[in-house]
Design a protein around this ligand. Sequence first.
Ligand code: PLP
Length: 463
Amino acid sequence: MHQLLRKIPAIHELQQDQSFLTLLETNDVSKGKLTEWLQEAVSDLRNDILAGNFQTEDDVNPLSDIVFSKLSERLSHHSTYQLRRVINGTGTVLHTNLGRARLSDQAVKQVVETAFSYSNLEYNLKQGKRGSRHDLIEELVKEITGAEAAMVVNNNAAAVYLVLKALAKGKEVIVSRGELVEIGGSFRVSSIMEESGATLVEVGTTNKTHLYDYEDAISEETVMMMKVHTSNFKVIGFTKEVSVAELRPLAQTHNVILYEDLGSGAIYDLKKDGIGNEPTVSEALKKGADIVTFSGDKLLGGPQAGVIAGKKEWIDRLKKHQLARVLRVDKMTLAALEATLKAYVNEDSVREELPTLRAILLKKDEVASRIEEFTRKLSSHWRTNVKSDVSQVGGGTMPDVELDTLLLLLSCENHTAQSLHNKLRSGEPAVVSRIINDQIAFDFRTIETHEFEDLHKRLKEFE
Ligand SMILES: *Cc1c(COP(=O)(O)O)cnc(C)c1O
């Protein structure tokens, strides 16, 4: 054993080895850092030997080879991040697996600046004393939604939980059976209700719920009527749901809170562009919801967050609840959210400024121009085809909406579509595509021109 230990070359010898010099040259790492890892690799090997984990046949390799293979492994972990950039060729705008909304340039700038410096996160600069992080975006939410008050938590699931826990624990909440939805990732309205300690009172049936169903269910114990926007599926045919506007008088008479979980949180009215039928936040509030909650990274087009907006009386209660501290958001989220919300102050420029809206509103002929520009610089190695198709909004929003689009289909001599698809996924940057008729397919709705160079570079690997 000791003989083996003695066979390990000294650090200064290993540093002269061609393998060390090559690793140093081909990686973005300093000599000091690489030497530190070299020492770790040697000590690792030494421990292996001492622990008797060292197989005798390993003996065939010079020990320096073993050290360098450990060192390379260490380096490969260093050079690629686990969370990486992806070029989204699927056409699904709010792809939940690919991080939902991408942020606007301005939002990214704000995040970087806030992360890089100290900030007035909880400091009132005017008065020179402690401030509240809620104040940072509250005025803006009020301005663009018409709400009396607002606050932000980690995501919309957290918002739903906080509302139920803080305002309905130990009391009854009436929900239509048609709205008892599961929103993916095991988030069910019924389970979150149970978790919050509120009692769920189901009314109506899956396809039809009437105003009298709510009326009949109201008791001494009722504190809230909850509407859940069924954003990820659609019941068609013989259906009836009761709107917030219809429920308003009932809520008034019986003094119960009318709460609507909007899910997507549209601030820009896509209906005006003929896309979908998503209620905006201000519409829901105008029709009489006391409280609404919605996601920051769905149709809003910002960071992961849950916005709670509505009557000041209730929002103040929520802000004071213990859970508000548990569910609070980070300064980077607030920075991104503020910049995203600010974009909505100007109704015309918001369509261009926010990548989510830009992608949803992209016309088929604009997708065609993108494809044309992209293929102009593509080598003749590739066979190309263009095919009409539809893109999805994604993120469980507007499942019935189909956005007309075009796909670029690519194939080449020596690679199957499947192998292209797999290899594109694993390089830098990763590219996610689809396979259609033995060709790889890219929906250019979600590939912007600034990504063309990288995509060309990735495709060149197969030429
Ligand atoms: C998406 C969604 C949620 C969950 O929102 P997250 O921001 O993903 O936590 C809750 N309710 C509805 C109706 C939704 O559509």
